[in-house]
Design a protein around this ligand. Structure first.
Ligand SMILES: C[S@@+](CC[C@H](N)C(=O)[O-])C[C@H]1O[C@@H](n2cnc3c(N)ncnc32)[C@H](O)[C@@H]1O
Length: 204
């Protein structure tokens, strides 16, 4: 699918993500993960700012927030004011970004690895952009370890990609294991569909 089509799909979902910010099912997971963010933060695929309520403002120097959907970014800009967060927004495809190596103290990604065309390459970039003693915080969803549910996910995958641009069948934990990212702590939820990962760059 070309990027223009994909961006349109996400643009159309911006209102939904905006409404959902305060009442979302992943609230308790986001809280736990995002409160750890500190220093100079990169949030990739920020969407409408679903994580903004959970940043600890005292600990944040600056957040660089990236997304390729202008409609999502518009909602996120309004939310950034609401939560008094120091954010610089960048409208870009994740694969076109060029940050310096070892630039960020914290890198955040939530519910975004279902959408990237080359998720392993993206994980490699996160590791590259993160400082050696920095942290990579992930909340991602993927294929369940439950046979019946994972079968359903595989069947629904083409439809989900077509309608919302989101793969259901990615093995997130396997992708991480193949990447230059070292897991410090991990939690799995809902038949292992959701993963909360506290990690750092490997071998830096
Ligand atoms: C499922 S939403 C999640 C939004 C937000 N991270 C959250 O947790 O609420 C996925 C987001 O990723 C963005 N996205 C998907 N592919 C992207 C890419 N290649 N480059 C930049 N942003 C992308 C979409 O525009 C959308 O805002």
């Amino acid at each position: 699918m070309n990027n223009k089509k994909l961006i349109k799909k996400f643009d159309k979902q911006a209102n939904t993500y905006d409404r959902r910010r305060e009442k979302q099912i992943q609230r308790k997971w986001r809280e736990k993960l995002i409160e750890e963010a500190q220093g100079s933060v990169l949030e990739v695929a920020v969407g409408a700012g679903g994580n903004f309520p959970f940043y600890n403002r005292e600990e944040i120097e600056k957040i660089t927030a990236v997304d390729f959907s202008p409609e999502m970014l518009e909602k996120a800009r309004v939310a950034a004011h609401q939560y008094h967060l120091p954010i610089e927004f960048v409208e870009s495809d994740i694969d076109q970004l060029e940050f310096e190596e070892n630039q960020f103290d914290t890198i955040v990604s939530t519910l975004s690895f279902c959408g990237y065309p080359q998720p392993l390459k993206t994980l490699e970039n996160l590791s590259k952009w993160c400082k050696p003693m920095g942290q990579i915080l992930l909340l991602e969803h993927g294929i369940s370890s439950n046979f019946i549910f994972s079968t359903l996910q595989k069947v629904l995958d083409p439809l989900a990609v077509r309608t919302i641009g989101c793969h259901q069948n990615r093995d997130i934990m396997e992708l991480i294991s193949l990447s230059p990212i070292e897991i410090q702590k991990v939690e799995h939820h809902w038949l292992d569909v959701f993963h909360l990962v506290w990690a750092k760059p490997k071998n830096k």
